[in-house]
Design a protein around this ligand. Sequence first.
Ligand code: SF4
Length: 83
Amino acid sequence: MAMKILGTCIDCGACIEECPNEAIVTGEGIHVIVPDRCTECVGAFETPQCQDRCPIDDCIVADPERSEPREELALRYARLHAC
Ligand code: SF4
Protein backbone atom coordinates (compact mmCIF):
# COMPACT_ATOMS: atom_id res chain seq x y z
CA MET A 1 0.00 0.00 0.00
CA ALA A 2 1.36 3.37 -0.90
CA MET A 3 0.90 6.33 1.38
CA LYS A 4 -1.12 9.33 0.31
CA ILE A 5 -0.95 13.03 1.28
CA LEU A 6 -4.35 14.59 1.89
CA GLY A 7 -5.59 18.11 1.20
CA THR A 8 -4.80 19.20 4.76
CA CYS A 9 -1.12 19.39 3.70
CA ILE A 10 0.35 22.82 4.49
CA ASP A 11 3.04 22.39 1.83
CA CYS A 12 5.88 22.68 4.37
CA GLY A 13 8.05 20.09 2.61
CA ALA A 14 9.21 18.46 5.86
CA CYS A 15 8.44 15.01 4.43
CA ILE A 16 10.58 15.29 1.32
CA GLU A 17 13.97 14.81 2.96
CA GLU A 18 12.70 11.89 5.03
CA CYS A 19 11.74 9.69 2.10
CA PRO A 20 14.32 7.00 1.31
CA ASN A 21 12.83 6.51 -2.16
CA GLU A 22 12.53 10.10 -3.40
CA ALA A 23 8.82 9.42 -3.75
CA ILE A 24 7.53 12.83 -2.67
CA VAL A 25 7.19 15.67 -5.14
CA THR A 26 5.77 19.17 -5.06
CA GLY A 27 2.21 19.42 -6.34
CA GLU A 28 -0.18 22.31 -6.61
CA GLY A 29 -0.33 23.68 -3.07
CA ILE A 30 0.32 20.29 -1.50
CA HIS A 31 2.98 17.63 -1.73
CA VAL A 32 2.27 14.40 -3.57
CA ILE A 33 3.51 10.84 -3.14
CA VAL A 34 4.35 8.99 -6.35
CA PRO A 35 2.79 5.58 -5.62
CA ASP A 36 5.19 3.63 -7.81
CA ARG A 37 8.09 4.86 -5.66
CA CYS A 38 6.49 4.49 -2.23
CA THR A 39 7.19 1.32 -0.25
CA GLU A 40 5.66 2.57 3.02
CA CYS A 41 9.35 2.69 3.92
CA VAL A 42 9.55 -1.12 3.83
CA GLY A 43 13.17 -1.95 3.16
CA ALA A 44 14.53 1.11 4.93
CA PHE A 45 12.58 1.89 8.11
CA GLU A 46 10.02 0.29 10.42
CA THR A 47 7.47 3.06 9.97
CA PRO A 48 6.55 5.51 7.19
CA GLN A 49 8.99 8.34 7.75
CA CYS A 50 6.91 10.98 5.99
CA GLN A 51 3.97 10.24 8.28
CA ASP A 52 6.20 10.35 11.36
CA ARG A 53 7.69 13.69 10.33
CA CYS A 54 4.51 15.44 9.15
CA PRO A 55 3.41 18.18 11.60
CA ILE A 56 -0.27 17.80 10.67
CA ASP A 57 -2.22 14.95 12.29
CA ASP A 58 -3.66 12.42 9.84
CA CYS A 59 -2.42 14.31 6.79
CA ILE A 60 -0.47 11.34 5.41
CA VAL A 61 -2.43 8.10 5.37
CA ALA A 62 -2.27 4.67 3.78
CA ASP A 63 -4.08 4.74 0.44
CA PRO A 64 -6.71 1.97 0.52
CA GLU A 65 -6.76 1.92 -3.27
CA ARG A 66 -3.07 0.95 -3.34
CA SER A 67 -3.09 -2.12 -1.14
CA GLU A 68 -0.02 -4.32 -1.68
CA PRO A 69 1.57 -7.14 0.31
CA ARG A 70 4.73 -6.38 2.26
CA GLU A 71 6.71 -8.72 -0.01
CA GLU A 72 5.79 -6.63 -3.03
CA LEU A 73 6.83 -3.45 -1.25
CA ALA A 74 10.18 -5.05 -0.37
CA LEU A 75 10.70 -6.06 -4.01
CA ARG A 76 9.93 -2.50 -5.12
CA TYR A 77 12.45 -1.14 -2.65
CA ALA A 78 15.08 -3.56 -3.99
CA ARG A 79 14.27 -2.56 -7.58
CA LEU A 80 14.45 1.15 -6.78
CA HIS A 81 17.84 0.78 -5.13
CA ALA A 82 19.44 -1.70 -7.53
CA CYS A 83 22.65 -0.32 -8.98
FE1 SF4 B 1 8.59 7.80 1.08
FE2 SF4 B 1 8.28 6.12 3.11
FE3 SF4 B 1 6.58 8.17 2.83
FE4 SF4 B 1 6.49 6.16 1.09
S1 SF4 B 1 6.04 6.03 3.30
S2 SF4 B 1 6.47 8.34 0.58
S3 SF4 B 1 8.66 5.55 0.96
S4 SF4 B 1 8.77 8.32 3.28
